[in-house]
Design a protein around this ligand. Structure first.
Ligand code: SF4
Length: 321
């Protein structure tokens, strides 16, 4: 284990990614980065990280902000439940600061084992292993495991952990998975842990792909443009709850239901927008109809990425592109 650790840590100090959350020990900033990185690519997370922290530079600022402002600052990053959970967490710990332990962090909704371990190890130096998708892939390949179980992953990651510098070690493993041991094009000849890797001759076998459980769902959206903007509704539900968007419904009778809701007889089909959530792939048939009311400016509401796509399609259609 020791030569493997030395090889990876030496590589990390020479090649680590220059990311803004690497140059701070502020647990709040590290938490925001790790929550963003749960479901957002690093290049996109960089933009959202800067914007969110400009809006809410401290736990206290986040705790005092109205939910709608928090969702607006998160707009485009997707998975908005993360932003709502962060605000709730901030309200709980605004006075005391973030708990400095893995167990303490894990008690909050939206903070799973990976995020708690990343924050506890990087910000507070607790010796706990963080296992995200990158680390899972690296460990599966290092030990040629096609189907690594959560228990095996956790035990293996703990056994490998450099206990005197756990934050650095966790980030080194994450970086290796993100830049060298990538899903489709692992760079085995240049990899620092190549001599210790049991899977290097057929890395694509490890880990075996997981079955996707996304259902396909059809929906209709109704774009109603008035003199001052669009008709927007506040959404309910887990995925987009609290955000605003154009009237939308799922299922076979979605369009008649929307037309009835707004007292309209018909609408024109503009096109189709596709959007993937964790558990479903949504195909939205976007329709438009004239609207006699004022409507409102979408810039003033927190919109989901899906609604941004729908409105972009509507704008293109109205320009004739
Ligand atoms: S040798 Fe190849 S498969 Fe093994 S850890 Fe390095 S990049 Fe991944």
């Amino acid at each position: 284990m020791i030569p493997l650790r030395q090889a990876l840590l030496a590589w990390y100090w020479a090649h680590r990614r220059d990311l803004p959350w690497r140059s701070t020990r502020d647990p709040y900033r590290i938490l925001i980065a790790e929550v963003l990185l749960q479901q957002t690519r690093v290049d996109q997370a960089l933009r959202h990280y800067a914007r969110f922290l400009t809006a809410f530079p401290t736990l206290q600022a986040l705790a005092q902000a109205p939910e709608e402002e928090v969702l607006q600052a998160w707009a485009g990053a997707g998975y908005y439940r993360r932003a709502r959970n962060l605000r709730r967490l901030a309200q709980h710990v605004a006075e005391t600061g973030l708990p400095p332990t893995y167990r303490g962090l894990l008690a909050f909704p939206g903070v799973g084992p990976y995020t708690a371990a990343a924050v506890a190890s990087i910000a507070f130096g607790e010796a706990v292993a963080a296992v995200d998708g990158n680390v899972r892939r690296v460990l599966a390949r290092l030990f040629s495991r096609e189907k690594p179980t959560p228990r095996w992953l956790s035990e293996t990651a703990e056994a490998l952990l450099a206990r005197d510098e756990p934050g650095t070690w966790n980030q080194a493993l994450m970086d290796l998975g993100a830049t060298a041991c990538t899903p489709k094009a692992p760079q085995c000849p240049a990899c620092p842990v190549n001599p210790f890797c049991a899977g290097k001759l057929a890395p694509e076998r490890y880990p075996a792909p997981r079955a996707r459980r996304q259902r396909a769902v059809e929906a209709a959206a109704l774009v109603l443009k008035g003199q001052a903007g669009y008709v927007l509704e506040r959404r309910d539900g887990q995925a987009l709850g609290g955000l605003w968007g154009v009237p939308m419904a799922e299922g076979e009778d979605a369009l008649p239901a929307l037309l009835a809701r707004y007292g309209l007889a018909e609408a024109r089909l503009l096109g189709t927008v596709r959007h993937a959530f964790t558990h479903k792939r949504l195909t939205v048939h976007v329709h438009a109809a004239p609207w006699p009311g004022p409507g409102e400016d979408p810039e003033r509401r927190p919109l989901s990425r899906l609604d941004q796509k729908i409105l972009a399609l509507a704008e293109d259609a109205s320009r004739g592109t």
